[in-house]
Design a protein around this ligand. Structure first.
Ligand SMILES: *[C@@H]1O[C@H](CO)[C@@H](O)[C@H](O)[C@H]1NC(C)=O
Ligand SMILES: *[C@@H]1O[C@H](CO)[C@@H](O)[C@H](O)[C@H]1NC(C)=O
Ligand SMILES: *[C@@H]1O[C@H](CO)[C@@H](O)[C@H](O)[C@H]1NC(C)=O
Ligand SMILES: *[C@@H]1O[C@H](CO)[C@@H](O)[C@H](O)[C@H]1NC(C)=O
Ligand SMILES: *[C@@H]1O[C@H](CO)[C@@H](O)[C@H](O)[C@H]1NC(C)=O
Length: 456
């Protein structure tokens, strides 16, 4: 049945190809932005099959070689759809979103499902936690009481990543959060900005949401680690990371999501502290450099890898940048006049190249060329969805807290008490099939790592 209907739709697509309509929108008209965003969301979800029989809820097809997408990007996609829902009020995908997130929480309700833990990075787990936190902050419908709760999920991930087993015990990189969770994975000795940035960002948001200053102190410590190691330099460039033992071999590739994740985290800290001068200064520095570096002509460019070297992961970063800049403008309103005009010119360019695919409105990745580049994917759609919906931020409610309308139930002690397994378990004959499976996962994780490491 599924295949038959695909063929029918495929045929229709061909028949109507003469009447292809590019994505059109008037960026001065709220209703027009919502209508365009709804189409982009619909096209984004053509890449998702987790709600179909026999498929795994929550994830996009993958991980490689089974499909293009790693586990984390599913979590990121639900975040993009939650922001879309919040800014537009479109509740059509609520069941899809909730089912997807809850399916991937794992038995300990901490986004460590056994299928994916062998290749788990702290950033992978972190992206799912960012989505859970966003659900709490947008007062998204709470799960049934016997299910995992949004706030508690974010706390579980934060608590586990606070644990010393995930961190560097001594030396110059002391206290840094490792990229990978397990020693057997390539990347265990890479201390990177995205893993620490997720932790910093979640901590800042937990502080603001709960009012518990312990989160703010821990987030602040991570900011200090990142700046002391020179991952954020004196000109506010944000670099990718460095290796043990000393973290001196800084990989100076600059990716938009690293800078934007730190910027948004600073905005949460600024808001939580009622406008502390140190966070204001950091916002100003990061914001100026982000706009200058990543929006050279007022249009987002993933400069470390465009035009030709972005992998599937990197193809989704611009959308996070748009969304996290928009969020910054809410939490630190003094930035709104600097941020929103740039997001608008960038979004206009993004939409202009959405002329591809069967229906003539799928988006590509190279926004500043003005033409569709003929490569479609979930990342490309997420980017434009994020860009369009972020333009509605000015009129949208700011993130709630547990005293201003937030209803998500937390648990300050959430997370597994078990420390991370550091030695492979001895394999008995009966376990071999399982161990083989794990080996495959480790290799998949290592291959993911090599893709990253090629930037060294
Ligand atoms: C784990 O993998 C099995 C086998 O593919 C699948 O049935 C199950 O839904 C997966 N669970 C998660 C949480 O991904
Ligand atoms: C908000 O969260 C904090 C920290 O968990 C807790 O002490 C406080 O009681 C919560 N407030 C409300 C209104 O739930
Ligand atoms: C505040 O957060 C810390 C760190 O997770 C936790 O240990 C503590 O119990 C929390 N306090 C309250 C009142 O929730
Ligand atoms: C914190 O965010 C709220 C909501 O956008 C805003 O009204 C308030 O002014 C912000 N606080 C500061 C210090 O800018
Ligand atoms: C950032 O840019 C603004 C506006 O262009 C300027 O006033 C400010 O001095 C800059 N701040 C920093 C820290 O570079």
């Amino acid at each position: 049945m599924v295949q038959l209907s695909t063929i029918v739709f495929g045929g229709l697509g061909l028949l109507t190809s003469g009447a292809k309509a590019a994505l059109t929108v008037n960026l001065d008209d709220e209703a027009s932005i919502k209508a365009a965003a709804a189409l982009v969301a619909e096209d984004l979800l053509t890449f998702y099959h987790g709600d179909e029989p026999g498929q795994v809820p929550g994830i996009l097809p993958g991980p490689p070689p089974d499909g293009d997408y790693y586990w984390w990007i599913g979590g990121a996609m639900w975040g993009a759809l939650l922001d879309y829902r919040h800014y537009t009020g479109d509740k059509d995908y609520d069941k899809l979103i909730t089912d997807a997130i809850l399916f991937q929480t794992g038995p300990d309700e901490d986004f460590m499902p056994p299928n994916w833990t062998a290749s788990m990075g702290n950033d992978d787990q972190g992206f799912w936690a960012l989505t859970a936190m966003l659900a709490a902050e947008t007062a998204y419908t709470d799960p049934e009481p016997d299910q995992a709760q949004w706030l508690s999920l974010a706390q579980a991930v934060f608590n586990e990543q606070t644990h010393e087993d995930r961190r560097v015990p001594s030396g110059r990189c002391k206290g840094g959060l490792r990229w990978q969770v397990y020693p057997s994975n390539n990347g265990y000795k890479y201390i990177n900005t995205i893993a620490n940035g997720c932790y910093f960002n979640i901590g800042a948001r937990l502080a603001r949401y709960t009012g518990n200053d312990t989160y703010a102190e821990l987030a602040s410590n991570t900011w200090d680690i990142l700046t002391n190691l020179g991952y954020v330099d004196e000109d506010w460039n944000v670099y990718d990371g460095a290796h043990l033992p000393d973290c001196t071999d800084v990989n100076k590739a600059q990716f938009s999501y690293n800078a934007a994740l730190l910027l948004q985290g600073c905005a949460f800290m600024y808001n939580h502290t009622d406008g502390a001068a140190e966070w204001e200064e950091r916002i100003n520095g990061l914001l100026n450099r982000t706009l200058e570096f990543f929006f050279p002509e007022g249009i987002a460019v993933e400069r470390a890898c465009e035009p030709g070297n972005c992998n599937t992961d990197m193809t989704s970063y611009k959308g996070y940048m748009h969304r996290w800049l928009a969020s910054t403008s809410q939490l630190a309103p003094f930035t709104v006049d600097r941020i929103m005009p740039v997001l608008k010119t960038s979004t206009a360019a993004a939409v202009k190249q959405c002329t591809g695919g069967d229906n003539g409105r799928f988006c590509g990745f190279h926004w500043d060329t003005g033409v569709f580049d003929n490569i479609v994917g979930a990342g490309q759609q997420m980017n434009v969805l994020g860009a369009l919906s972020s333009l509605l931020t000015v009129k949208a409610a700011a993130p709630v807290t547990n005293t201003t309308g937030g209803t998500s139930v937390g648990n300050a002690n959430a997370g597994s008490d078990e420390t991370v397994v550091t030695q492979p378990v001895e394999v008995t004959t009966g376990d071999r099939a399982g161990a083989g499976f794990i080996t495959v996962l480790f290799i998949a994780g290592a291959m993911g790592a090599f893709a990253w490491m090629s930037f060294d």
